[in-house]
Write a protein that binds this ligand. Structure first.
Ligand code: IMP
Ligand code: MG
Length: 172
């Protein structure tokens, strides 16, 4: 399958470090629960939490909403958190916010568990594909096109997640 690099590893890491700095100062002195949305966010999450200072709890949640390059439009919960978020500040860490459905589901989920605040950090934001209103609080890159991207955790049919860069899949 043909791919073309969009962001290289150095650029990605620079952006993530800057995001970590902002998050650290925004939550200064307050504990934060960082939630990794599996599987796509695993690499971004690992890099990001290294740059967040302070009292950080980490946990994982597993959802599914995508089948290949096509959204099924439905979000399901596979594995829930293992720690309580009641009265805690939650930072949802996502690979890409596209239609916004995953985020809408997660916000509702954490609100219902009594989180004190819920914010979102994503590696990629693609506002032009939004189907439901969802704003992101922290992001590394904003996408202007609908190109399908892989790498740095993002997959196409479960492949390419291990790539250290982000690339566009050239379907033709
Ligand atoms: P949303 O619910 O439509 O916002 O989609 C969120 C999920 O769709 C992301 O967490 C990704 O797993 C997947 N996704 C959306 N666009 C892409 C892409 O370009 N490449 C790989 N996965 C994608
Ligand atoms: Mg995802």
């Amino acid at each position: 399958m043909k791919t073309e690099i969009v962001y290289d590893e150095k650029e990605i890491e620079r952006r993530i470090e800057a995001l970590g700095e902002r998050i650290s100062s925004d939550y200064a002195g307050e504990p934060l629960v960082c939630v990794c949305v599996l599987k796509g966010a695993f690499m971004f999450f690992a890099e990001l939490v290294k740059h967040i200072r302070g009292e950080v709890y980490i946990d994982f949640i597993r959802l599914c909403s995508y089948d290949g390059a096509r959204s099924s439009g439905e979000v399901k919960l596979h594995n829930d958190l293992s720690i309580s978020v009641a009265d805690k500040n939650v930072l949802i860490v996502e690979d890409i916010v596209d239609s916004g459905r995953t985020l809408e589901f997660l916000r509702t989920h954490f609100d219902s568990k009594g989180a004190r605040s819920v914010k979102v950090a994503c590696l990629l934001d693609r506002p032009k594909n939004r189907e439901v209103m969802q704003e992101v609080d922290y992001k590394c890159f904003t996408l202007e096109t609908s190109a399908f991207l892989v790498g740095y955790g993002l997959d196409y049919d479960q492949l390419f997640r291990n790539r250290a860069d982000i690339a566009e899949v050239k379907f033709e």
